[in-house]
Design a protein. Structure first.
Length: 194
């Protein structure tokens, strides 16, 4: 909630905690879109921003192309992206913070394009099929590619008080389950009073 005075941009703001529907990120019903911010970003980003964020078209992302619904009548997503950035600036987000947020959004879209394969023909353990996409995600998130591959293909487990690493099997992985297990999505509670 934002409170405005006519002579001041923002008097105060309160942010409540909302847990985003992770299931909505990874799949949509027919004629349902994903979160609007993805489309704002893809339609509104300038060329240099598109290049830095490795942005493609909506149809190129698994998380956006399942319902074949890319636009909403009467919505100018380029304009909405400009408004979003202006709003972020008004509440005190620095350009660097906004860049990091948009990098995370782009990374989420690219994570949806990561696919898995068996590590060896007669083995159920997984590896990444399209490692180039992992490189893009690691670049966007500023994490080592090896670390990201490990997070996506292995899990930690406990037995008798000992912790050990277990390789995922093909039957255990899909991008939606990876998102739900590895990437909790939420907004932390905070407030601002100016």
């Amino acid at each position: 909630m934002l409170c405005f005075l006519s002579l001041h941009p923002i008097l105060s703001a309160i942010v409540e905690q909302y847990l985003l529907e992770k299931s909505r990120i990874v799949s949509q019903a027919p004629n349902e879109r994903n979160y609007h911010v993805f489309y704002y970003l893809l339609q509104g980003a300038e060329d240099n921003e598109r290049e830095n964020l490795w942005l493609e078209q909506s149809k190129d992302y698994f998380y956006l192309n399942q319902s074949n619904c890319y636009t909403l009548a009467g919505v100018d997503e380029k304009y909405e992206y400009t408004r979003l950035k202006q709003s972020m600036e008004m509440v005190g987000f620095s350009r660097e913070t906004m860049k990091r947020i948009f990098s995370v959004l782009s990374a989420v879209l690219h994570i949806g394009n990561i696919t898995f394969r068996k590590r060896h023909e007669h083995e159920e353990y997984v590896t990444i099929k399209n490692i180039a996409t992992v490189k893009v995600v690691s670049d966007l998130l500023k994490v080592k590619q090896e670390t990201l591959v490990s997070v996506l293909t292995k899990r930690k487990s406990m037995a008798s008080g000992d912790q050990f690493v277990v390789q995922y099997r093909m039957s255990e992985v899909s991008t939606p389950t990876v998102i739900e297990r590895k990437f909790p999505v939420g907004v932390n509670r905070g407030s601002y009073a100016g």
